[in-house]
Write a protein that binds this ligand. Structure first.
Ligand SMILES: [Zn+2]
Length: 411
């Protein structure tokens, strides 16, 4: 396996920065919210074109702004080099090697995902055979389908391209007979979605957790479970519910839950300091199958999607676990609409789409499990949570960047 060492962090304390003021140490920094980062990056624009980030001295990645204002994260040429090394180290954790031939289903350039999947793979010595989901068929037109060993994409994009491949070229395992593994990023991978992905892609799945602001934060490995190793370029702290200060992940006991606060000091132009990601994770401290003993993460959901149905806070992945436990492989997906105006008697409608006939009192079983978790109060369960069972719709989602599922909606 290619090992690329992490360079020393270039930002040292004490630090004087227009965005952060004067900081004696990391722990003195207040949390950086997405809005504050967006406001600062928009007020201090980088004079460069977004399409040439491989060459320009001060370039930026623009975030989509789905969670508020868009942000332009600036990088110097040296910053970009460091990011490529970081991506290569992350992909190596996931088992990518110099012998691999990569197909990327990232959203088209200029996007961080397209740039990172190609540049990071090539830094490891692997060959990227295309540049985004838009040109994945270029590989097949060139008769190189059998060369592909590794794939990158979001869960929904893999499902979509898997379906397109099957309809146009044939079964994925015949079209890409040597494809062995894939790195999935950009969204959680609940059991029902994994089954849908696996219907097309019989591959070993590795999970990448990251964001445009921070790049790769954590990555799962071939020998472990789906929990993800924290990458050493970033400092990860957790803001635990009710606490005012975040705690370093290394100091969190097994099972700790909190919001990821991420720092990347290894950047010349704009070090990322205590950026509040809005992602809720759980810490895992058992030794990984690969032998590494450092803490690992699993993503539970977004803070903004945290549900309070009368009991304790409930996260998206817990709702996935509950629906999966009741419905198993009949479950296609679910959608939850929450009426926040009805508080404290929150009314939520859970629409569960299932394949085939569903027997028994599914609604009752779902409510029972949520009560057992402490997320729903038994006496209020029927009033608070309406459950509707229907069939999956056949609508095909059009590719739209690194697509994410939008399962929890508040009004
Ligand atoms: Zn591992």
């Amino acid at each position: 396996m290619t090992e690329i060492q992490a360079p020393p962090a270039r930002t040292t304390f004490p630090l004087e920065h227009q965005l952060y003021g004067r900081l004696e140490r990391l722990e003195d920094a207040s949390l950086l919210t997405p809005d504050a980062l967006a406001a600062w990056t928009n007020a201090n624009p980088v004079d460069a074109t977004v399409t040439e980030f491989g060459e320009c001295p001060r370039c930026y990645f623009q975030t989509s702004g789905t969670s508020g204002q868009s942000k332009r994260i600036p990088f110097t040429a040296a910053d970009l080099e460091a990011q490529i090394d970081h991506e290569a180290r992350s992909f190596a954790v996931a088992g990518l090697t110099a012998e691999d031939r990569v197909m990327t289903l990232a959203s088209p350039p200029p996007s961080l995902s397209a740039w990172a999947t190609v540049a990071g793979s090539e830094r490891l010595g692997a060959e990227a055979l295309n540049s985004s989901y838009v040109d994945f068929d270029r590989i097949l037109d060139a008769g190189r389908g059998a060369e592909v060993t590794f794939v990158f994409g979001t869960p929904l994009m893999l499902e979509l391209i898997g379906r397109m491949t099957e309809e146009t070229f044939g079964p994925v395992d015949e079209v890409f007979p040597n494809l062995r593994a894939g790195i999935l990023y950009g969204d959680v991978l609940p059991p029902a979605v994994e089954r849908r992905v696996r219907r097309y892609w019989p591959i070993d799945i590795r999970l990448l957790y990251g964001s445009v602001e921070a790049d790769v934060i954590a990555m799962s490995c071939p020998d472990g479970d789906r929990t993800m190793h924290v990458m050493d370029k970033v400092v990860v702290e957790l803001l635990i519910d009710g606490a005012s200060d975040p705690v370093r992940v290394e100091e969190c006991p097994d099972g700790t839950r909190g919001e990821v606060i991420v720092s990347d000091l290894d950047r010349e132009l704009l070090p990322l300091i205590r950026y509040a990601t809005g992602d809720i994770v759980q810490v895992h401290r058992s030794r990984c199958g690969c032998g590494r003993g450092e803490p690992r993460l699993s993503v539970l959901g977004r803070r903004k999607n945290e549900l309070r149905l009368g009991g304790r806070a409930l996260h998206e992945m817990e709702l996935h676990a509950v629906t999966d436990a009741v419905l198993g492989d009949r479950l296609h997906d679910w959608q939850l609409d929450v009426d926040r105006h009805g508080r404290p008697d929150v009314h939520a409608a859970l629409r569960v789409s299932c394949r085939g006939a569903v027997a028994g009192d599914v609604a009752g079983q779902l409510r029972e499990r949520l009560v057992a978790l402490g997320a729903l109060v038994a006496e209020q369960a029927e009033r608070v949570l309406e459950v509707v069972i229907d069939e999956p719709s056949d609508e095909q989602r059009a590719p739209d960047g690194d697509v994410k599922a939008d399962r929890i909606r508040f009004r």
